[in-house]
Design a protein around this ligand. Structure first.
Ligand code: ZN
Length: 314
């Protein structure tokens, strides 16, 4: 089974020359861009009427006067061009704009590739705009420029660009082909995922993988190999996925008791039984953790009694 990363299936042409030359709101006013709405806390506004043939969710697209009204006075970002049409994202507050708001974590895997890519980029920018409002050098307020892709300090002129924090996530298999799953102390009971953590200052991701596994569950690994990367803009992480084997045949993980409450190895049969019985819940379907786990499992993970209510997590 190939690895399916739902948020990066599609492609948005960044059309950098266009975004540097025309303000996003001007494009909307001229009728040359459609508008989507996002809330920087991770939410996208869906079209309640429009549904694709598979009944999957679709981003709400505003055009014409409706788009212009939404864009006036709002923070607007030029996201790029999809199927020949420019798209501008407007940052809105989901408590003030009525409609079907959903968290991208929850619906990302059901969106078509283009909508997922638009939402991913729009939210990465929106969450950055929310957090980055003052110059880190002189503490003066900043103004968003370059179609949403940079911010300039009004006092010292310093330019800043959107950041992503590198993080690693690793699927560890023991020598009996079982997978290591861990429960984080901050998650709801039963939720499990792969070992993950941020790359520290001055550290390479390849080194961070072994450090995280050692720190969190005291397991030594080898044969570390890179798999794929998916941005995760809730926070602003760039999740770099790795695979690794345990050095010993079947080590016993020892949870650190701080970040990780418990951890154990599961065979495919044990995981299916635990999921179906509701003893554990899988990571959210939009995540790289789910994709890597499903690839190891050989298909979609079995659903349990509580799957529909399972907490989504980062
Ligand atoms: Zn400054």
């Amino acid at each position: 089974m190939s690895l399916d990363l739902p948020l990066v299936r599609g492609h948005v042409d960044p059309a950098v020359a266009l975004r540097e030359s025309v303000a996003p709101v001007a494009l909307v006013r001229a009728g040359e861009a459609d508008v989507i709405l996002v809330d920087g806390a991770g939410f996208v506004l869906l079209d309640e009427a429009e549904a694709s043939s598979s009944n999957a969710p679709v981003l709400l697209r505003l055009t014409g006067d409706e788009a212009t009204r939404a864009a006036e006075g709002a923070t607007a970002s030029f996201i790029g061009v999809v199927r020949g049409r420019s798209v501008v994202a407007i940052e809105a507050n989901r408590d003030e704009v009525r409609g079907r708001w959903e968290h991208l974590r929850a619906v990302g895997w059901q969106l078509d590739g283009d909508d997922a890519a638009l939402a991913l980029t729009a939210l990465a920018l929106a969450s950055w705009h929310r957090a980055y409002r003052f110059c880190p050098r002189c503490a003066s307020p900043v103004t968003v420029v370059s179609g949403g892709w940079a911010a300039r300090c009004g006092s010292c002129d310093r330019l800043e660009y959107p950041r992503q924090d590198p993080a690693v996530i690793v699927l560890v298999q023991d020598r009996r082909d079982r997978v290591l799953l861990a429960h984080n102390a901050l998650w709801k009971p039963g939720v499990v995922s792969l070992i993950a953590g941020y790359v520290e200052a001055g550290e390479s991701p390849d080194v961070a993988v072994a450090r995280e596994v050692s720190e969190e569950v005291s397991v030594a690994i080898e044969d570390v190999s890179y798999v794929a990367t998916q941005p995760w803009p809730f926070g602003r992480s760039q999740m770099m996925g790795y695979r690794a084997r345990t050095a010993e045949e079947a080590p016993t993980p020892i949870a650190d008791g701080v970040e990780i409450e418990w951890a154990r190895f599961f065979s495919r049969g044990q995981l299916a039984e635990a999921l179906e019985g509701g003893d554990v819940s899988a990571p959210g379907r939009s995540s790289i953790a789910y994709a890597m786990l499903a690839q190891w499992y050989g298909g979609d993970l079995p659903e349990g009694p509580g799957t529909r209510d399972a907490p989504e997590r980062g």
